[in-house]
Design a protein around this ligand. Structure first.
Ligand SMILES: CCCCC/C=C\C/C=C\C/C=C\C/C=C\C/C=C\C=C\C(=O)SCCNC(=O)CCNC(=O)[C@H](O)C(C)(C)COP(=O)(O)OP(=O)(O)OC[C@H]1O[C@@H](n2cnc3c(N)ncnc32)[C@H](O)[C@@H]1OP(=O)(O)O
Ligand code: FAD
Length: 664
């Protein structure tokens, strides 16, 4: 039944202009057009086929990734794509590869931490991919604790070189993507030693492999760390291990924007704060927040379309059964995820702005917003990746048994996505950084320095500690001020409560460790407030298109009220709302689900994903799920023959043996 749209009736119910919503989702008409063009380019090119990925053995999978990545690079050059187009094309290829780390971390590390001279030398080589780089920070023994890294970079004043060395097994670099089999160079993080004295962790550009024959250079041991979670998935990436045996590099290969080492082996600190050595992580964390909305929206698109196709129970007089999307339980699990995808999109857009702003300030030697940028990128990376990883798994469950099939696309999406909760900073460790920022802010209240930016609500601490929720009926929860005050009061009260408990400890570090679980909860409350408030800010913009703004208001209501419902313990325990008001919020939430329902399919169509990118039979645009599942089953290599390999060797003797036992 080629060409029939099985979701056409659903699409007829839409109450808003989907084409305009596509622009809102993309961020601008220009971004929409670039994305649309690149997505179609990839989808229509058979080299980028990916439906066989989960069947491939590791070596074939990896070679296939190399083929796709180099072909993508060829197309980028042939078509003279801009940086923006090239990056979109790579993302629609949808296969983790060494190029992610080359463009996503190696190049940004040189840009952010290299001097002008170093950038001039290394960036042209990297831009033409004449060298391929990775980001080699984590070690076997230490990842979260960057100050605990053991690799050493000892300056030798005789030769004007650094000697890079791995003194222990645990100092082996472990995890860097692209390192295992591909990278020719790495930005390697090591402990700087000058004249026997330690000077903290710094980045060094180290050549790892020959540019002639790709063999590791003398003193370098390098390999892949082995298979990871899931089939296909992140196994396309060659995460690597690396050991140095007194490897010498010229002095000018230490990235010297933050600190310089002089010819006579002295360290000179520039005005730039030492934390800029961590700058690449801040950059990547903000890109991860933007990507979270993409991964979550993919899962939600699949689950929403399938929930409209799937029917179970409720047939009367031989009529059709109920679409599972009409069950309130399904809606209460699915629609908050749909709303979260939109919420993360907008907070990601804002975070990109914040990051650009802090970068411009840093160039003008204004470091004042760095702590907030660090707290926001760390906290939002943690919050959005945790919700997205859980949301992908929930989407799989929302698709029932068929969600467990590889052809649903959800298992692989989960397996690729879930390490985002760990890489670029373990999510708990990052929330504890937010908590430190919050405790510092609370301790400085009343010092005459008013808190600004995302923490400015703390400046109204007295009012926020005393106010009570004014909601009297369910509809009052549609008032943005009521919702915002609730989230502000909850976040402020949880932080103050932690600060009060902390003040009872004579050793603040001991207190911080003891209270860390509470502190993480306060940090989560603060980050949720940021997401809610950025959604409301988005709604204050001029949003054209029939019914588009209205739909976004509904989604904003779903996002904030489902959080309020889920965390009602916090809101009640901090005495901002009463149980009655919590119950009214839930009533309003149910009503909002009914408003999402007729628009659900259109709201996921607005993501504008091609069937190729979604990679899911359950989520295909036309909803023609069952014939496609049936056909896909027959394509499985196990069905190449009616009698399986191994019948003669195992099944037949087994059956014969059973027969003998039966005869006895
Ligand atoms: C179906 C198939 C689908 C296919 C999908 C297809 C494609 C997918 C493609 C791609 C996937 C998408 C993205 C992939 C991206 C990346 C993944 C790949 C690579 C991953 C790379 C990595 O993981 S790199 C390694 C990252 N490592 C970490 O993040 C380590 C975490 N640890 C730290 O950051 C720090 O050590 C710390 C922050 C936890 C502690 O630091 P320390 O110095 O010990 O700190 P203190 O706590 O004492 O703090 C001191 C002061 O410094 C401030 N501060 C700390 N960090 C920063 C910072 N970054 N910036 C600014 N300031 C900072 C801190 O606040 C303290 O300040 P005060 O003194 O004022 O309190
Ligand atoms: C797929 C993938 C790709 C990666 N790519 C790269 C790369 O390209 N380059 C690179 O350098 N690294 C890379 N990494 C490494 C990654 O950055 C680290 O694994 C990550 O930072 C977490 O550090 P860890 O492994 O040391 O975790 P650990 O810190 O050992 O965490 C273990 C547990 O301890 C807890 N914990 C740790 N410290 C604290 C604390 N202070 N308080 C409370 N709880 C704590 C954590 O919450 C966690 O539950 C990658 C990792 C993965 C999984």
């Amino acid at each position: 039944m080629e060409g029939v749209d099985y979701l056409a009736d659903e699409r007829k119910k839409t109450e808003f202009d989907v084409e305009e919503m596509k622009i809102v989702w993309a961020g601008s008409r220009h971004t929409f057009e670039v994305s649309d063009r690149m997505a179609k380019l990839v989808a229509n090119d058979p080299v980028f086929r990916k439906d066989d990925r989960v069947m491939l053995a590791r070596k074939d999978l990896f070679k296939n990734t190399l083929r796709k990545a180099t072909y993508a690079w060829k197309r980028i050059n042939e078509l003279r794509l801009s940086e923006e187009e090239a990056s979109k094309l790579r993302s629609f290829v949808d296969e983790p590869a060494f190029t992610d780390l080359h463009w996503g971390m190696f190049v940004p590390a040189i840009k952010g931490q290299g001097t002008d001279e170093q950038q001039k030398k290394w960036l042209p080589l990297a831009y033409k991919m004449q060298i391929i780089g990775c980001y080699a920070q984590t070690e076997l023994g230490h990842g979260s604790n960057v100050q605990g890294l053991e690799t050493t970079a000892t300056f030798d004043p005789q030769t004007d070189e650094f000697v890079i060395h791995s003194p222990t097994l645990t100092s082996s670099k472990w995890w860097p993507g692209g390192l295992g089999k591909v990278s020719t160079h790495g930005v390697v993080y090591a402990r700087l030693i000058l004249d026997g004295q330690e000077h903290g962790i710094h980045g060094f550009i180290v050549q790892l492999r020959s540019l002639e024959d790709h063999r590791p250079l003398p003193g370098i041991t390098v390999a892949d760390i082995g298979m990871k979670f899931g089939s296909g998935a992140y196994n396309t990436m060659d995460n690597g291990l690396l050991r140095f045996d007194h490897v010498r590099i010229p002095r000018d290969q230490m990235l010297m924007r933050v600190s310089q080492v002089t010819r006579d082996g002295k360290i000179v600190q520039s005005d730039v704060p030492r934390q800029l050595v961590y700058g690449t992580m801040v950059y990547v964390r903000q890109t991860i927040v933007q990507d979270a909305s993409i991964a979550l929206s993919r899962a939600v698109c699949i689950a929403t379309r399938y929930s409209a196709v799937r029917r179970q129970f409720g047939s009367s007089n031989g009529g059709p059964e109920t679409q599972v999307i009409d069950y309130k339980t399904q809606q209460s699990r699915l629609f908050p995820l749909l709303a979260s995808a939109y919420a993360f999109r907008f907070v990601g857009e804002w975070l990109k702005w914040l990051y650009t702003d802090v970068t411009q300030r840093l160039q003008a030697n204004d470091f004042s917003t760095l702590p907030e940028a660090h707290a926001c990128t760390a906290g939002l990376k943690s919050l959005t990746t945790s919700v997205t990883a859980d949301g992908i798994e929930e989407s799989r469950k929302l698709c029932g048994g068929h969600g467990y099939l590889a052809s649903s696309g959800l298992p692989e999406l989960f397996a690729v996505y879930v390490p985002a909760c760990t890489y670029e900073g373990d999510n708990t460790v990052l929330m504890l950084q937010v908590a430190r920022f919050l405790m510092k802010t609370v301790s400085q209240l009343g010092s005459g320095k008013p808190p600004v930016g995302t923490i400015s609500y703390m400046g109204r601490i007295e009012q926020l500690m005393q106010c009570r929720c004014a909601v009297k009926k369910a509809g009052d929860w549609l008032n943005p001020n009521a919702v915002l005050e609730a989230f502000e009061a909850r976040a402020a009260r949880m932080s103050v409560s932690c600060a009060q408990k902390l003040s009872k400890f004579s050793n603040p570090e001991e207190g911080f460790a003891e209270l860390s679980a509470d502190l993480v909860e306060a940090a989560v409350a603060h980050c949720q407030l940021i997401v809610v408030s950025k959604f409301f800010e988005k709604l204050q913009q001029d949003i054209p298109g029939k019914g588009v703004k209205r739909q976004l208001e509904v989604l904003c209501g779903v996002y904030s009220l489902h959080l309020l419902h889920k965390h009602q313990g916090d809101f009640l325990a901090t005495s901002y709302i009463t149980p009655k008001q919590a119950s009214l919020a839930n009533d309003q939430l149910r009503e909002l689900y009914s408003q999402v329902r007729p628009n659900a399919i259109a709201l996921v169509d607005a993501f504008n994903y091609t069937d190729h990118y979604l990679g899911s039979i359950l989520g295909c645009y036309d909803g023609n799920v069952y014939p496609k599942l049936y056909e896909a089953a027959w394509r499985d290599p196990l069905n190449d023959s009616v009698i399986p390999d191994g019948y003669e060797q195992y099944i037949r003797p087994l059956l014969k043996q059973q027969l003998r036992v039966a005869k006895l």
